[in-house]
Design a protein around this ligand. Structure first.
Ligand SMILES: CCCCCCCCCC/C=C\C/C=C/C(=O)SCCNC(=O)CCNC(=O)[C@H](O)C(C)(C)COP(=O)(O)OP(=O)(O)OC[C@H]1O[C@@H](n2cnc3c(N)ncnc32)[C@H](O)[C@@H]1OP(=O)(O)O
Ligand SMILES: Cc1cc2nc3c(=O)[nH]c(=O)nc-3n(C[C@H](O)[C@H](O)[C@H](O)COP(=O)(O)OP(=O)(O)OC[C@H]3O[C@@H](n4cnc5c(N)ncnc54)[C@H](O)[C@@H]3O)c2cc1C
Length: 661
């Protein structure tokens, strides 16, 4: 049964929920990985809803930027006091979840503290460094951020300009921002809130530049919160979204920190100026891999937010007629609306399933690396580079479709979809611009194909083994595994096409860099197809492992939406494999699968169990009572505090009076 049904709900939404064929709590358990984890989310939402001081003081769209930052800080401080009674303090998931529930998605002063400041200390700090800072950070005696990007440099880490020069005589590093382009620019919470930061700077010892390394740097006085001498710091101004966070700039002028402030678990500088290399050259990049490995699930949830709003609203919004002219139909009954929304529901599920898998892979890698085994780093870097790029892009597309599916009201901030969109698409840029990261995965694909060309196919990892296969015919009797083969064909032929283009250019005498650039559009296409194949195969495997038969049945229906939509979407890449009859068959299977999933659409989004507090959307309310609440929301807009505004008395009225003469 659908657990969201309550008395007083909009009857159209109740009708939808009654037509669902499965238990939404059981589905939530599959989405979040276990009944216990899903149950914890419900308990935390429930507990938060009973604490008056944690409620929004007014709707976010009516707040100025300053009010958003103040509100985020107010709630962060209250949460810090209440957290021990509300969540398991050792659980990163519960910490992120409660902040999102209480403060929302627009960012807050501690948004980066948990995800980018504490993890590098925990994974790249020595035992002594952890003892010194981890407890303080966890108790929030200090607030931290992650300062890597510079005004002139983001994607290309090797071009960072900030320097940390070792001074043997004082046993200190001297930090400098030598140029305007070397100012740190963008770090979340840096602008006004953080007093410490992980700073990525070029390590210079005995005039030799050892490249970017992480340093623990105090920025502000712990008593006065004033910037320390040698530090220039401030906020970079309003952004497209995420304005509850104070992204900042930072400059150093001969700013000294003790030698012990370089995070030295992997690379080390000894007191006499010796440099000890890390076990893997890119181990310092692992904080980024950690965040990327979490982005698929995060983004899947952003998409889930937008779809919860659009699907619920589509079930109460009546517009136009089908057969019965006496009553307008729910817009959810239109095939175009279903085609707009249901493939995105499938993607949201797929992204979340993939996301929990990559989080698990990262956690395993972390254990391996701590035990000295870095062999899995390249694989996970390639996988998460592609995944973050594809998932953020498709999430953005899906959210925008969800907005349009809500018609005019989707454009109002009352829907909250524009904010969700603005926050989600930030992910196309942060943690590595998407094209740049697709090209990282492409390096891996090209290397894999070169292994095949050199007769070393048996050395290929399981994720790229399909590159060596030779599928040229597909059975018309299409099931998920045949769709997978179709996708493998597309990904394989594009990877070979791109690699061969690169190699041909090389053989024509072009430099490696120029040849790479000339082949790069084809290379990014190969990376996207490879990643979409991974998403599809993870989805198929996940559904295969579900035990509850009612849940499995609806997930198979959703998987059918996914595989048919995805194959139609890449039609151009499978022209050599599928006949036009086969394409027609798939197209029809997609339309059938949209109809099949229709009765479960509302229950599928209800299963994300995103509370009204977290959703912050008038259109997406659980009870479906949209119109009366839209009217209330509009009336509460500060512009309506007065009937006659100063804009009228001061300018418009005199203008009209003058025109009358
Ligand atoms: C609903 C839930 C809501 C939760 C809300 C949470 C909200 C949180 C909001 C947070 C918001 C924003 C936070 C944002 C933070 C940031 O953006 S921090 C800054 C991030 N910056 C980047 O990502 C920069 C991207 N650039 C890079 O990573 C590197 O420059 C790049 C990898 C592109 C290239 O590095 P180079 O050193 O030049 O290396 P290259 O020559 O290209 O490659 C050499 C070789 O090394 C391999 N390699 C590269 N990286 C790795 C790695 N990490 N691990 C393993 N191997 C790696 C690469 O593949 C090459 O291998 P090859 O064999 O030679 O091909
Ligand atoms: C919301 C948000 C939060 C952020 N938070 C943080 C933070 O907390 N800490 C932090 O350090 N940083 C943060 N950043 C910065 C972020 O990591 C960078 O913006 C990101 O890495 C992209 O770098 P860039 O801005 O230099 O883009 P650029 O590299 O300048 O990209 C511009 C264009 O150039 C293209 N391009 C660049 N290089 C190549 C290439 N080699 N091949 C082909 N095309 C290329 C890109 O594809 C893109 O189209 C944040 C950014 C945002 C938007």
């Amino acid at each position: 049964m659908n657990q969201s049904i309550k008395p007083g709900d909009n009857p159209d939404l109740t009708e939808e929920r009654l037509s669902g064929t499965f238990d939404t709590n059981s589905m939530a358990a599959v989405i979040y990985g276990s009944d216990k984890l899903a149950q914890r989310r419900r308990e935390i939402s429930e507990a938060v809803s009973r604490i008056p001081e944690l409620q929004d003081s007014k709707p976010c769209p009516f707040m100025t930027r300053e009010e958003k930052i103040l509100e985020g800080s107010r709630k962060s401080a209250i949460l810090n006091r209440l957290l021990p009674g509300l969540i398991d303090l050792d659980s990163f998931e519960e910490t992120v979840f409660i902040h999102q529930e209480v403060i929302g998605i627009e960012g807050h002063p501690l948004a980066l503290h948990e995800s980018l400041f504490i993890p590098p200390i925990a994974t790249q700090g020595t035992d002594e460094q952890q003892k010194k800072w981890l407890g303080r950070a966890q108790r929030r005696e200090i607030i931290g951020c992650y300062a890597q990007t510079e005004l002139g440099h983001g994607s290309n880490l090797r071009a960072l300009e900030t320097t940390a020069t070792f001074d043997i005589s004082s046993q200190e590093f001297i930090l400098n921002s030598p140029t305007i382009t070397s100012l740190k620019w963008w770090p979340g919470a840096l602008g006004k809130s953080a007093n410490w930061s992980i700073v990525i700077a070029n390590l210079i010892v005995h005039d030799k530049n050892h490249g970017p390394h992480p340093f623990m740097v105090q920025l502000r006085d712990e008593k006065s919160h004033e910037p320390l001498p040698g530090i220039t710091v401030g906020d970079i101004g309003p952004k497209m979204a995420f304005n509850g966070a104070d992204n900042g700039f930072l400059g150093f002028e001969n700013y000294r920190i003790p030698r012990e402030n370089m995070l030295m678990r992997h690379s080390k500088v000894t007191p006499d100026g010796g440099y000890i290399r890390p076990p893997h050259a890119k181990i310092g990049y692992s904080g980024m891999v950690r965040v990327r490995s979490r982005m698929a699930a995060e983004q899947g949830l952003f998409l889930a937010h937008a779809l919860t709003i659009a699907v619920r609203y589509s079930a109460i919004r009546r517009q136009g007629y089908l057969e019965d002219r006496s009553r307008e139909v729910k817009v959810l009954d239109y095939q175009t609306q279903q085609h707009r929304l249901f493939p995105s529901i499938a993607r949201a599920y797929a992204f979340i399933f993939c996301g929990f898998e990559t989080i698990r892979l990262y956690d395993q890698l972390l254990i391996d690396v701590q035990n000295g085994n870095t062999s899995g780093m390249a694989d996970l870097h390639a996988l998460t580079s592609g995944l973050k790029s594809v998932v953020t892009h498709q999430t953005g597309e899906g959210i925008e479709q969800a907005r349009m599916a809500c018609g005019g009201h989707g454009y109002s901030m009352a829907s909250y979809i524009s904010e969700i969109y603005g926050v989600a698409i930030g992910g196309c840029t942060y943690e590595g611009e998407n094209m740049v990261m697709l090209l990282q995965l492409a390096r891996y694909l090209v290397k894999s194909i070169e292994m095949i060309q050199n007769g070393k196919s048996k050395n290929l990892g399981p994720m790229v083994a399909y590159l060596a296969a030779n599928e040229s015919e597909i059975d018309l009797n299409l099931g998920p595994n045949e769709y997978l083969k179709v996708f493998q064909y597309a990904a394989r032929s594009q990877a070979w096409r791109a690699t061969e283009k690169f190699q041909k250019l090389r053989n024509s005498g072009m430099s490696k860099e120029q040849a790479w650039n000339q082949a790069s559009v084809e290379l990014t296409r190969a990376s996207r197809l490879h990643t979409r194949l991974y998403i599809m195969s993870t989805f198929i495997n996940h559904v295969g492992s579900v035990v509850d038969q009612k849940i499995k049945k609806v997930l198979i229906d959703l998987l059918n939406v996914h595989i048919t939509y995805e194959v139609m979407d890449i039609g151009i890449y499978v022209q050599g494999l599928l006949s036009s009859d086969q394409m027609d068959l798939i197209r029809n299977q997609l339309y059938v699968s949209l109809e099949t999933i229709r009765p479960n659409a509302v229950s599928l989004v209800d299963s994300f169990q995103i509370s009204d507090m977290q959703l912050r959307s008038v259109l997406g309310r659980r009870d479906g009572n949209v119109y009366e609440n839209l009217f209330k929301w509009a009336k509460s807009c500060p512009l309506n505090d007065k009937d006659v505004l100063e804009s009228v008395t001061k300018y418009l009225k005199p203008m009209m009076d003058k025109s009358k003469l």
